[in-house]
Design a protein around this ligand. Structure first.
Ligand SMILES: *[C@@H]1O[C@H](CO)[C@@H](O)[C@H](O)[C@H]1NC(C)=O
Ligand SMILES: *[C@@H]1O[C@H](CO)[C@@H](O)[C@H](O)[C@H]1NC(C)=O
Length: 447
């Protein structure tokens, strides 16, 4: 009796709870935020990104938007790309491309407040997920913007073809993703005139835009010398020769960092040099032999070069000052990217009104109620470099303002209101860029 008497109201309570929950979920499943959360819940983190699941999800959503054609491109057995196309009324004009990558860096779940693939939304609207900022936000915003344009202006037809591209493997260098794609027949057929790729969050009230990436050079210098007893003072040991180089390199690093500290250059505008490993010593069962000076010593550096740096000059500095042969030193530079495009020009996109694409983009952001901060060089690397390499103007842009920069961090998250504002911004950008008549044929622009 006792039990039954008490169970009845509980039963009704549960019934009404599940009822209201399912209504709640039905309502929510049709919102941009819910779709963003769904995309974030697909685990595309390395080392085992589930590209198939992500591509299926995106294709399904794209199929619900009229006039959007989808094509899955297989350039390697394991890393497919997804290309969506919104055809323009004049497909012979160079097209525009909006790019994002499917993959993300790994996450250490125990260091997160909410599981990294839960896309949990807190009461203040922050959505926690690996990829929330880098860069699943823009991948979904592109599609939401096209959907919104079609809803609000059913007569609108882009003049140029608009392509939305989802590439794999960006976080591991892009070589099996965008790197392969730019060499494919399918890429050539796109006839690209202008590309937008990922950018970064802005902690203040202005959106950030990037016109270049820095290029990494992985450099190892190595010294050799006579080995000797640990008690002996003599000249030109391997360690001594390496330490002399370390001093020279430290001074170089300081001179660059001083410019940043003095405010005359941004972090990404100087050549950064950071030691990443030291390797010397004669191993023993308990560590290292302590009474012996080794005959070899090496050090590795992560060097990042802005496109304004002169690669030949840098090579000369390394050869003559960091690893001079007369100090019995050798060096190896592994260039992890290009500094010049195929025409030999510095690898950057003009961010001024002499580039008509810039003006159209800038005006569109303004029309959306936003403001761009001073165009920047990105401190790290993105797939944009593959397009810039071919001379295709490319800007990095992720519309997240008043947002802490959390890419690759624990607790990566993005606020719902910031995400929704980004869709509005892309509505303006996609409309303007896809309607742009000029470029290519300057007469059409009235010059
Ligand atoms: C990828 O995701 C799909 C759909 O969610 C799932 O069926 C499949 O097992 C996943 N693949 C791997 C390798 O986890
Ligand atoms: C370089 O090596 C040669 C041959 O071992 C040696 O004679 C010379 O002193 C070394 N010079 C320096 C600067 O280490």
């Amino acid at each position: 009796m006792f039990d039954h008497f008490h169970r009845l109201p509980v039963f009704f309570f549960l019934l009404s709870l599940s009822f209201s929950q399912s209504i709640h979920e039905n309502e929510e499943s049709d919102t941009p935020i819910h779709r963003f959360q769904q995309y974030l819940r697909i685990n595309t983190a390395h080392p085992n990104p589930n590209y198939t699941a992500a591509i299926n999800y995106l294709t399904n959503f794209a199929n619900s938007i009229p006039n959007l054609h989808s094509k899955i491109i297989h350039l390697t057995p394991t890393s497919p790309l997804l290309l969506l196309t919104w055809p323009g009324s004049n497909p012979s004009l160079p097209s525009i491309l909006f790019n994002s990558h499917l993959d993300s860096v790994p996450a250490e779940p125990h260091k997160w407040t909410h599981p990294p693939f839960s896309a949990h939304k807190t009461s203040d609207g922050r959505i926690f997920a690996r990829g929330a900022q880098d860069d699943k936000c823009i991948g979904m915003q592109y599609l939401e913007a096209i959907k919104a344009i079609q809803m609000s202006d059913s007569k609108f037809v882009p003049l140029r073809n608009v392509h939305i591209l989802y590439v794999p493997e960006e976080e591991v260098g892009g070589f099996d993703g965008m790197g392969k794609f730019v060499e494919s027949k399918e890429f050539g057929e796109l006839n690209l005139g202008f590309v937008m790729d990922e950018g970064q969050a802005s902690p203040n009230d202005e959106f950030r835009v990037f016109y270049a990436d820095r290029t990494p050079w992985h450099t190892v210098i190595k010294a050799v010398g006579m080995p000797g007893h640990g008690s002996k003072l003599y000249d030109n040991s391997a360690m001594e020769n390496l330490m002399k180089s370390m001093e020279v390199i430290t001074k170089f690093r300081e001179s660059m960092f001083d410019m940043v500290k003095a405010g005359v250059a941004a972090n990404s505008e100087v050549i950064s040099v950071n030691p990443v490993f030291l390797n010397a010593g004669t191993p023993s069962p308990t560590g290292f032999v302590m009474n012996m000076q080794p005959s070899e010593a090496e050090a590795g550096f992560d060097i990042r070069m802005p496109p304004t740096a002169d690669p030949e000059l840098m090579r000369k500095i390394i050869e003559e000052q960091w690893a001079p042969a007369w100090r019995n030193m050798t060096y190896k530079i592994t260039e992890k990217g290009f500094l010049r495009d195929i025409m030999g020009r510095p690898l950057m996109t003009l961010a001024s009104d002499s580039n008509p694409w810039w003006s159209v983009f800038n005006e569109a952001v303004t029309r959306a109620g936003g403001k761009l901060s001073k165009p920047e060089i990105l401190a790290s690397t993105t797939d944009a470099r593959f397009m810039r390499r071919l001379g295709i103007p490319t800007f990095g842009f992720s519309p997240m303002k008043n947002t802490p920069i959390l890419l690759h961090d624990h607790n990566e998250n993005l606020k719902d209101t910031v995400y929704l504002e980004g869709i509005k911004v892309y509505e303006c950008i996609i409309k303007s860029l896809s309607s742009f008549e000029g470029s290519m044929n300057t007469n059409a622009m009235g010059f």
